[in-house]
Ligand binder design. Structure first.
Ligand code: HEM
Length: 528
């Protein structure tokens, strides 16, 4: 070694100038000790940790919590807000940008019609696989066309038609929960709510004759939990989760195709059934060229309706239950609202009607607050189709974003914007009731924008971002809100569920499932 270096040193003039360094290097090599190895290892470990720390702190904060498995939305919101109106993140789908707040949402979601942002490409690889061929997998003209078709099923008239069936299903389940609670001591409301919402999605949206057999439907809910595994970022074995998810998807597609076949057989026999569900609407709708959707396309749309239509509402309802369990005074106020309501509007065969649903301002306000603080979706994301400049209207800060990059609008940070919601991490349903003494931000509630016609409150979806905003705003928003008000209203009015199983901590997690670590096991009894 020394010989080679000395030869080089003689032959290559530039090495002469390095003479002292080379000599030193050679001397070090000749006297190499374990201390040197330790020093190099220390530098390598130090460098690697600094690098990892840099990458970790620049990860999407939501993703960071997904990695840790725990959920602290207040912390996520604050962290995003601290980084300014836009910042770079390294997320699951590669480097991208995170924006938040009303103005940023309008910038991204209002201009979609100019073909600048792709919703289809903004989805993760797994989500694209799961929702392939559906409205979520379409952009621009194709998206608008499908949306026009699907929205027929979510118009006020259609919603009204779902109500009696919903009420009937809810009553059936509540009676069952009382029995289960008596038998087992406790009933897991998180699981039961999922089961109920899944049956709503199957029966009302796809027209399935879904079993009421409790064990069988519990099994189905567990299968659908598997379907969501693909959304959970596991450090190891992620693909395994995706494989399982896709298996459940295939099962769902086959079920839906079976329903379509049965309906076509009826039509072929000359029977013209009167189904009022989205599947039926889609089966009978033709475009301007007289073309309808194929059975494969129909099944793809139904996958979205069933999945988007049950998991999200069930989780929001579970969060509502948990919040109420911690807030006995609010529960009393809600009970009073329910008993006043039935005095004002008589029940029909002992059940709620549309009039009841429209007159529950406090319960409606509670759900706005639950949506704001614990909505199931954390962001909506898009991919930019041309180079574009983001300019923050307030600070004037600009950032150039290159074609092909992903931008996500944070629902979590937008819903906790302290400029719109004073004391954003405090659960305060009264902030949604205009003029209420305890409402520090009645202005938030009075902001104009797209919203449900249920309940008393109107708010722009660019401020309350839970259901997304702009021309891809959630199609099932009103359906979901109606479903949640019915379930929660009937539960509060007629049942007690305040006794949580001893030793259970109601901790929200994202792994190994989305929801509460130990479920929400409570005693469920009929009120006398
Ligand atoms: C609490 C309940 C729900 C929440 C929080 C929620 C949230 C969302 C969000 C954030 C989006 C926008 C995605 C984007 O812009 O990329 C969305 C879209 C959508 N949601 Fe929901 N959703 C809920 C319930 C439902 C229900 C019950 C249904 C159907 C019955 C449904 C069907 C859809 C559909 C079809 C879209 C796609 C709309 C489009 O791309 O034009 N959702 N939802």
């Amino acid at each position: 070694m020394t010989g080679v270096v000395s030869k080089l040193w003689e032959d290559v003039p530039v090495l002469n100038s390095l003479d002292p360094l080379v000599e030193l290097g050679i001397a070090r090599l000749q006297n190499w000790s374990s201390k040197d190895t330790l020093a190099i290892l220390a530098v390598a470990v130090g460098g690697a940790s600094t690098f990892s720390y840099y990458v970790y702190t620049h990860l999407d904060p939501t993703l960071r919590q997904m990695i840790s498995g725990e959920v602290d939305r207040g912390q996520v919101g604050r962290e995003i807000q601290k980084r300014g109106p836009i910042h770079k993140v390294y997320g699951l789908n590669g480097p991208g940008y995170l924006i938040w707040g009303e103005a940023a949402g309008k910038w991204m979601l209002n201009t979609e019609k100019n073909n600048l942002f792709s919703g289809r490409e903004g989805r993760s690889k797994f989500s694209r696989l799961l929702f392939q061929g559906s409205i979520l997998d379409k952009d621009f003209a194709a998206h608008s066309k499908t949306r026009r078709l699907l929205s027929q099923a979510f118009k006020s008239d259609s919603l009204r038609a779902y109500l009696p069936r919903m009420v009937q299903e809810v009553r059936h389940d509540f009676d069952l929960w009382v029995q289960l609670s008596n038998q087992k001591g406790y009933v897991d409301l998180e699981l039961e709510l999922k089961q109920l919402a899944l049956r709503f999605a199957f029966t009302l949206l796809v027209g399935a004759d879904f079993t009421k057999d409790h064990e069988m439907s519990t099994g189905l809910v567990q299968k659908y939990e598997e379907l969501l595994l693909g959304f959970i970022p596991w450090p190891i074995g992620e693909w395994n989760g995706k494989e399982k998810s896709m298996k459940v998807r295939r099962m769902l597609v086959e079920d839906v195709k079976g329903i379509i076949r049965k309906r076509r057989e009826l039509l072929a026999k000359g029977v013209m059934p009167d189904f009022s569900d989205p599947l039926w609407l889609l089966m009978n709708t033709k475009d301007e060229n007289g073309q309808g959707l194929t059975d494969d396309e129909l099944a793809d749309e139904c996958v979205v309706l069933v999945i988007a239509g049950h998991e999200t509402t069930a989780r929001t309802l579970a969060s509502f239950t948990v919040e109420i369990l911690q807030n006995p005074t609010l529960l009393l106020d809600l009970r009073k609202e329910q008993s006043d309501l039935v005095q004002q509007f008589p029940l029909e065969n002992g059940n709620y009607t549309n009039d009841h649903i429209k007159h529950m301002p406090l319960l409606d306000a509670c759900f706005r607050e639950i949506e704001r603080m614990y909505g199931p979706a954390v962001e909506v994301s898009r991919v930019v189709r041309n180079d574009i400049v983001f300019k923050d209207p307030e600070s004037g800060k600009e950032m150039k974003i290159r074609k092909g990059k992903r931008i996500a609008w944070s629902i979590t940070a937008t819903n906790r914007d302290p400029r719109v919601y004073p004391d954003p991490d405090t659960f305060d349903p009264y902030r949604w009731i205009e003029g209420a003494a305890a409402s520090p931000s009645a202005s938030a509630a009075s902001a104009k924008g797209q919203d449900s016609d249920l309940g008393a409150v109107k708010v722009s979806s660019f401020r309350l971002a839970t259901f997304g905003a702009g021309h891809r705003v959630c199609l099932g928003m009103q359906f979901a809100r109606m479903e949640m008000l019915i379930i929660a209203g009937m539960m509060i009015k007629d049942y007690d569920f305040s006794d949580v199983k001893p030793g259970v901590e109601l901790i929200e997690v994202r792994r190994p499932k989305f929801g509460y670590r130990d479920g929400v096991p409570v005693k469920f009894t009929k009120r006398v």
